[in-house]
Design a protein around this ligand. Structure first.
Ligand code: FAD
Length: 399
């Protein structure tokens, strides 16, 4: 069966749902295809983000647990940065993604679940649609524009020859658990070899009895299995897991995230890439949900406008220019900090987290969010003349 659309969006994560919504709002005829049987059926994220970003993006506060305090645990060190108001949060990922799906549906986008895009259609060099295996059978969907929002797999961009496989990436395993008691206002990052060979582990609370506990590991730096490491942690229960009482997993989350900076090119004739597919994530704490929503909306708007010009690469250029000017250099700076972090020994980590001890909450948040403007980093270095802080500053600013 063959059908025609202005825009076919591949992937029903935050990038695809946001793109489908804004494109439909701008008047385009849109279909979104998601390979899983429900939106947010398989969760591949821990869902930590920032309250100001969620406010700006219009995400209602019922979809997150607010976080005031940030704790770092290394083998022989333990610091807490405390805030009087919540500036971070842990998302109810399933609830929030389904909210985005309802917004897209309300705007007029068609959504098909259990619909796996298996190939692209080409007219010469331009992308002209996709082939998908769906509950209605195999479909040929012709579209003026295809938006690849397939996440880590970049499945359309790769089939179209615009993108290659990621060489550096993080892989994470996480249980969402019942626990007897956790401080619901504090998230914890744990660093050092017992937590992760090349990365970190985390405790992200959703309420005083619900918590996500996970391990992330960088490839190719380590080939350790994050799920095995997580099982070991739950068995041995080093700090801070020792204080949670009974821990009972109720859900397993597993996923990968690109960790080598953004794609050089995210557009071609008839094709846009957005979200993880385009490498739009902050490599410091491997977070990309806010970028996926923001740049998904941008892709949908620019994409809808481009239809009258056949969605040529030139008509999509505004999208690439805008997202690159907002995040490309921040992502590159964050990568430099991250490549320092990935090689640290346990003893070096004990010293490294001392850098954070004297930071105010806002300084810390600018840093961890990769909000590295030259002015902010200059202030940080002046306020914190410790050698390590200055080294970090030199690395971020000077490269
Ligand atoms: C372990 C881990 C922890 C993370 N923690 C955080 C965090 O705390 N905070 C944060 O902000 N970010 C976090 N991230 C990153 C965050 O998950 C991503 O940046 C974000 O999900 C990107 O959104 P997306 O829509 O681009 O991709 P995704 O959310 O991956 O969505 C892609 C969708 O496309 C679908 N799909 C793929 N291929 C096809 C196909 N061929 N046909 C149809 N559908 C297809 C998939 O099923 C999926 O639903 C984490 C990632 C990992 C791996």
């Amino acid at each position: 069966m063959e059908e025609n659309f202005d825009i076919a969006v591949v992937g029903g994560g935050p990038a695809g749902l946001s793109a489908a919504c804004s494109a439909a709002k701008s008047g385009a005829k849109v279909i979104l295809l998601e390979k899983d049987e429900a939106i947010a059926h398989n969760i591949r994220t821990s869902g930590v983000t920032w309250v100001d970003a969620m406010d700006r993006l219009g995400i209602p506060s019922r979809y997150y647990n607010p976080i005031n305090n940030f704790r770092f645990v290394s083998p022989a060190n333990d610091i807490v940065i405390s805030g009087s108001t919540p500036k971070s949060c842990v998302l109810d990922v399933r609830g929030m993604y389904q909210h985005l799906a309802f917004l897209a549906a309300e705007a007029g986008a068609e959504i098909m679940v259990r619909s796996n895009v298996i190939n692209v259609i080409k007219d010469g060099d331009r992308i002209a649609g996709v082939k998908a295996s769906t509950p209605k059978g195999d479909l040929t969907l012709r579209a003026t524009l295809v938006i690849d929002a397939s996440g880590f797999s970049s499945s359309v961009g790769r089939k179209a020859g615009l993108a290659g496989e990621w060489k550096r990436y993080g892989v994470g395993a996480e249980y969402e658990c019942y626990c007897d008691s956790v401080d619901s206002t504090t998230w914890v990052l744990m660093v050092g070899k017992q937590y992760s060979d090349a990365g970190y582990a985390w405790v992200f609370p959703l309420s005083k009895n619900r918590v996500r506990i996970g391990v992330g590991i960088g490839r190719p730096d380590s080939d350790a299995d994050p799920l095995e490491k997580l099982h070991l942690l739950l068995e041995k229960r080093p700090k801070p897991l020792d204080s949670l009482g009974k821990i009972q997993p109720v859900e397993l989350h597993y996923g990968s995230i690109p960790n080598e900076g953004s794609r050089q090119t995210s557009i071609a004739d008839g094709l846009m890439m957005v979200g993880d597919s385009a490498g739009q994530s902050n490599p410091l704490v491997l977070e990309g949900i806010r970028y996926a929503i923001e740049f998904g909306r941008l892709a949908g708007e620019v994409g809808a406008k481009s239809i009258s010009q056949g969605s040529s690469k030139e008509s999509l250029a505004e999208y690439e220019r805008t997202w690159k000017s907002k995040v490309e250099s921040r992502i590159a700076s964050a990568l430099r900090v991250q490549s320092r972090w990935i090689g640290l020994s346990d003893e070096q980590w004990d010293k490294e987290i001392e850098i954070l001890r004297d930071m105010t909450v806002d300084e810390f948040l600018d840093f961890i969010k990769a909000d590295f403007t030259a002015g902010k980093m200059m202030k940080l270095a002046l306020h914190h003349p410790k050698i390590a802080a200055r080294q970090l500053f030199n690395m971020i600013i000077k490269g």
